[in-house]
Design a protein. Structure first.
Length: 240
């Protein structure tokens, strides 16, 4: 089961260094054998042959367009998708552009001269940076993320400084995206797309949970969805 790890791989990004541990832990603990391929964002335009797409932290990406294209492929082709931190942000960016028809931009790129500084940004700096912090997340009853976590509250690790501009939350919701996790102050932490086999984004980084030897439930759920998707295409068996 081949999965695309979309990010500009760097030893300086802690979540990237966790991937080998998590892949091995999934194999040993859950019998799920994933074959991960690192795909730099400039090369992420056509990932339809993969059984799953995981967009990892590490923004600003070298190619915003490549990241957006990867999320669009997963959404349109029904490929299991997990976006964490920057992956979550670019999942929202793709949905705003591809489904809502918005001229959406990310403020992080504007600071580097990559977008119009006067744009009404979809992703903006958080009031308080979450880099290196943990925080509580309240989960929507009946949501995918609540079923995954087995409860309505969780505490998660972050390493980010950007999030959804609340002014656009209603527009995204009106077009079918559901926000199913929020911080205590009401700001968005989780998004998912009902009707899709698995399309989930978290502002928190499940890669950073524990020491990497026990995959976070979100990662296990994604890997299980990948297995089911591969089985439906006749390329894998279901997990033990």
């Amino acid at each position: 089961m081949n999965i695309a790890l979309v990010a500009d791989r760097s030893p300086g990004v802690r979540s990237h260094t966790r991937i080998p541990l998590l892949v091995e832990a999934l194999r040993e603990r859950h019998g799920i054998a994933l074959d991960p391929y690192w795909i730099p964002t400039p090369d992420a335009g056509d990932l339809a042959a993969f059984d799953g797409i995981w967009m990892l932290p590490g923004s600003p990406y070298r190619s915003q367009a490549g990241a957006v294209a990867a999320a669009r492929t997963a959404r349109e082709r029904g490929i299991p998708f997990l976006g964490t931190c920057a992956g979550f942000q670019h999942m929202l960016l793709e949905y705003a552009r591809g489904v809502c028809g918005m001229d959406a931009a990310h403020a992080e790129y504007a600071e580097d001269g990559g977008a119009d500084r006067e744009a009404d940004f979809l992703l903006t700096p958080l009031a308080c940076s979450l880099a290196g912090h943990e925080g509580a997340v309240r989960l929507k009853p009946g949501s995918l993320i609540e079923r995954i976590m087995g409860g309505r509250d969780t505490v998660e690790a972050y390493n980010c400084s950007y999030g959804l501009n609340e002014a656009h939350e209603r527009t995204l919701t009106a077009h079918g995206l559901v926000f199913t996790g929020h911080a205590d102050d009401g700001t968005v932490r989780v998004a998912e797309l009902p009707g899709h086999p698995f399309f989930l984004g978290t502002l928190f980084q499940p890669e950073l949970a524990g020491d990497g030897t026990r995959p976070h439930p979100v990662i296990t759920a994604f890997a299980t969805a990948v297995t089911h998707h591969a089985a439906s295409r006749g390329t894998a068996s279901t997990p033990r």
